[in-house]
Design a protein around this ligand. Structure first.
Ligand SMILES: C=C(O[C@H]1C=C[C@H](C(=O)CCC(=O)O)[C@@H](C(=O)O)[C@@H]1O)C(=O)O
Length: 267
């Protein structure tokens, strides 16, 4: 279905029966990220699966203010209001995890449980944020100048995704085709608008979260394991699980284990 929020068209998939579960894909992803999990999670949850602004079939507006993470979290609230859902469990992967955390902090009454896969609460210092904004800004310019194919070639080769080289060719091709289907403008504006350096740092707010939080990282994703370790220390009710033989994208690298861990946490 399509839902219009503040003049922005969002594409939203809905699947299954049970307590609502809002699923938030990562940068360059779309709602199809979660397709393999619909049969299992749809048995216990009503899955609400948006294409995040600038991604998939959702709109890629020109104005950058629509991409600010607080604004996108507000759009998610509007989507839930529009489809008549009050409280949700939320699962976010990477950029989607930063958005999930933002949503939980801005609208705590709307969230029951929170699952954060390979993500962060932003960057600790303004100096780090400034450097990251410049880096993401340059990457955004390259996306617009060199096109989506060149960007995807670059993106799938970054060290963070090195473990994905072990995936079957068909799985890699599915992810590549899905990334290529995104709008260059949408990805560029998403990087600048809701990139890691652009968002509010939530590090000092983690301790206020009273929800049950599950942190998931791939054992070989050292950077985000270190982030998760620090996050868990700040959380009142945080569980951290590392998944063996996996890097950043656990949901594709250890799909079955990931699906079971999520179902067990939500049950
Ligand atoms: C490269 C870094 O940051 C990027 C990596 C992961 C995030 C993401 O959503 C990638 C999803 C995917 O392609 O599978 C992305 C984000 O949070 O927006 C980051 O830009 C890094 O080393 O931090």
């Amino acid at each position: 279905m399509n839902v219009e929020i503040d003049g922005i068209r969002y594409h939203v998939e809905k699947y299954g029966e049970g307590f609502p579960l809002l699923l938030l894909h990562g940068f360059t992803g779309d709602s199809s990220t979660w397709t393999p999990f619909c049969p299992i999670w749809g048995k216990h949850s009503t899955l609400i699966i948006p294409d995040i602004i600038g991604h998939g079939k959702s709109e890629s507006p020109e104005k950058l203010n629509h991409y600010q993470i607080d604004s996108v979290a507000n759009d998610l609230k509007g989507i839930l209001d529009e489809i008549g859902i009050n409280q949700v469990d939320v699962l976010g992967y990477s950029m989607g995890g930063r958005l999930a955390l933002t949503f939980a902090l801005l609208f705590p009454e709307r969230v029951r449980k929170l699952i954060l896969e390979s993500t962060s609460p932003g960057l600790l210092t303004e100096e780090e944020r400034e450097v990251r904004r410049m880096k993401d800004g340059e990457l955004a310019k390259c996306i617009l100048k060199d096109g989506i194919r060149s960007f995807v070639d670059y993106w799938e080769a970054i060290p963070l995704f090195s473990t994905m080289s072990r995936l079957p060719a068909a799985a890699k091709e599915t992810i590549r085709i899905q990334r290529l289907n995104n709008s260059p403008k949408g990805l560029a504006n998403s990087l600048v608008g809701m990139g890691t350096g652009s968002q509010t740092s939530w590090w000092w707010n983690l301790s206020q979260i009273t929800n049950e939080v599950l942190l998931l990282t791939g054992e070989e994703d050292i950077k985000f394991c270190e982030i998760a370790k620090k996050m868990q220390k700040e959380l009142q009710n945080g569980t951290w699980i590392t998944i063996k033989n996996s890097g950043h994208a656990i949901h594709v690298e250890e799909t079955e284990k990931f699906g079971t861990i999520v179902s067990d946490f939500l049950s």
